[in-house]
Structures are given as C-alpha cells and as structure tokens.
Design a protein around this ligand. Structure first.
Ligand SMILES: [Zn+2]
Ligand SMILES: [Zn+2]
Length: 330
C-alpha cells in the first residue's frame, strides 16, 4: 500500500525531472515498462504462490509479456524516416497524387501511381517546372528533403516520416510506414496478455464472484494486504487496458479506411471527411481501395520499404501528375 500511495508522488517528481528539456522523452516509455514489469512481478510473487493459477497459465502470461516486449523492440527500430535519396520510395504504396499538407486530397481526384508512365510523354520543360513547384510545396526546411505524399514531419523527433501516423509518447517514437504493423501487433499482444492476466488475478482474489462483476464488487478483498494489492493493480491495469483498447479500435478502423491518424485529424479539422460514431470513423475515401485492399496494403507496406527505388524519371513524372491534378481540381 505504501508503494501505491508513494507511486503518484514519485511519478510526478520523475515527470518533472525528465521534462525539463522539451522534445523526446523516455518518461512514458519507462512508466509503461515499469508498470508492465511490476505487474508481472506481482503476478509471480503474489498470485502464483496462492496456488490458484497453474503452471500453464503462468507460462501463457510469461510468453505474452515476452511477445509484447519483442514487438515493442521491433516497433522502436525504425518508423521509416525520409532520407534525401529515398524520396521516391513513396511510389511503392498507394498514392493517388494528392498531397497531405494542404489536403487537396479531399477534392477527390484519384490518380494511380501506375498512370505516371503513360503521362511521361509531356514536355520535359513543363515537367521540370512542375517538379520545382511540387518540390517547393513538399520541401521540409528542417530535414532538407522533398517529402513524398502522406509523409509528415514530426516536431518531437525532428524527422520526416513516410506515411506518418502519429508520434506515440508511450514508445517515444513515431509510428510510420515501416513500424505501423508492429505497433499494432504490440498493442494486440499487450491487450491479450493484460486481459488474460487481469482475469487470472480476479479469479484468484475473488473466487466466489463472477469474473465480470469481480472488478466492481469483491467483498473482503481489502482484508489482506496481498489481495488488496493485487485488486488495486487489477484496477490500474484495467484502466490502462481500456485506454489501449480504444486506441486499437481507432487504429483498426483507420487501417480499414486507409487513413492515417494524422490525415484523419486534418480531415476533421478541415471538415473534409465523412465522420461517424463521434469521430471514431473518419473516411475521406481518397486512398481507400476497399476493406481487403486496404488491409493488404497495410500488411505489406513495411516490406515495400526495402524495394529498390525507381528511376528518378519516374519521380519526375509522378510529381508532374500530382501537380497537374491539383491544378485541375482547383
Ligand atoms: Zn522534416
Ligand atoms: Zn516522432
């Protein structure tokens, strides 16, 4: 109990300590890792000795924690930073020409990247001018790169990221084209482990109650230090799990409509999207290729990062198309 009472004070002090310099912070990541480690430690030292859980159940929780950490490490590796010589990587993912910053995307003009080849017949002079205009619009003065469509600059990390979804404070990293899939996998592993772990703890401290009511009504749970501690931690974990479950639902909906969180927010702000269920579903229809197509693209976009870049002429042609298209829509 002393630990639980002292924890908020300790956390506030730690937050103040780590937040004296702005920008990236390890605060939330360390808090998440500490919480995960502490919950697992409690599970091993308080719940397991009670004899209510069998070895297989302990093993399942352990595997769950390991898989969560492994997916987290993978997510932390690389979000897909835009490098100066990689500006053409964008053509490996579905881009219909519209560009995210001014969101002309929402005018609805679709143009598949594969169309660029047939449009290369235009005069090279015109293409040059268009490339210049396009470059200026997508030029990131901080990173000194021309951003491909759907890429965005993260002010916290100070880099441009391909198909930027959002900056996640909990992992202290951006979520982009290269790590979005493993980010979702981390969430899924954590939620499965957490829900299973909470149910085991509740079964142990409230054996007479039904699992779904035990969290709200568990008579006598505070009579013993051990059960009180486990019950309080089950509540703490449930709140975190609820928050992350909401995040997962939003992410799954976004992927189903081929939207990034960044595009969804911009579309809501500019009122250029169809939204339903209090903004839970945001759809501009610009990048969507249907439910299955969107998921297929999502599952493979990380691997497409490693493909060799197309010739620069393709990039010129592509940019020409996107500029031309935008003019048409204006
Ligand atoms: Zn940038
Ligand atoms: Zn970031």
């Amino acid at each position: 109990m002393v630990v639980l009472t002292a924890l908020p004070v300790l956390v506030l002090w730690y937050y103040y300590f780590t937040h004296r310099k702005k920008g990236r912070t390890l605060f939330f990541l360390s808090l998440a890792l500490f919480s995960l480690g502490y919950m697992y430690y409690l599970f091993l030292t308080e719940v397991r000795p009670s004899g209510d859980v069998v070895h297989v159940q302990v093993a399942v929780v352990t595997v769950g924690v390991i898989l969560t950490l492994a997916a987290l490490v993978h997510t932390k590796r690389e979000p897909g930073i835009v490098r100066p010589n990689q500006a053409s990587v964008h053509s490996t993912v579905t881009y219909y020409g519209p560009l995210p910053d001014r969101d002309p995307a929402f005018n609805g003009g679709r143009q598949d990247v594969t169309m660029t080849v047939s449009n290369r017949a235009g005069s090279s002079e015109q293409a040059g001018v268009e490339l210049k205009e396009s470059s200026q619009r997508n030029w990131c003065p901080v990173c000194r790169v021309v951003r491909p469509p759907r890429a965005g600059h993260c002010r916290i990390c100070g880099v441009c990221v391909l198909r930027l979804d959002h900056h996640c404070v909990w992992i202290n990293s951006c979520v982009g084209q290269a790590n979005h899939r493993s980010f979702l996998l981390t969430l899924v592993f954590f939620l499965l482990t957490s829900v299973y772990g909470i149910s085991l703890v509740l079964q142990s401290v409230c054996p007479k109650q039904h699992l779904f009511t035990a969290l709200f009504y568990c008579p006598g749970v505070y009579n013993q230090y051990s059960t009180a501690l486990c019950f309080t931690c089950a509540w703490y974990s449930s709140i975190v799990t609820g928050g992350l479950l909401h995040l997962l639902v939003v992410q799954v909906i976004n992927v189903s409509y081929n939207m990034t969180e960044r595009e969804a927010r911009a579309a809501l702000r500019d009122k250029t999207a169809r939204s339903a269920y209090c903004g839970l579903v945001v759809d501009t229809g610009v990048y969507s290729r249907g439910f299955r197509g969107n998921w297929a693209e999502f599952m493979t976009m990380g691997e497409k990062m490693n493909l060799p870049s197309p010739a620069p002429t393709d990039l010129v042609a592509f940019m020409g198309v996107s500029t031309q298209e935008q003019r048409e829509s204006e």
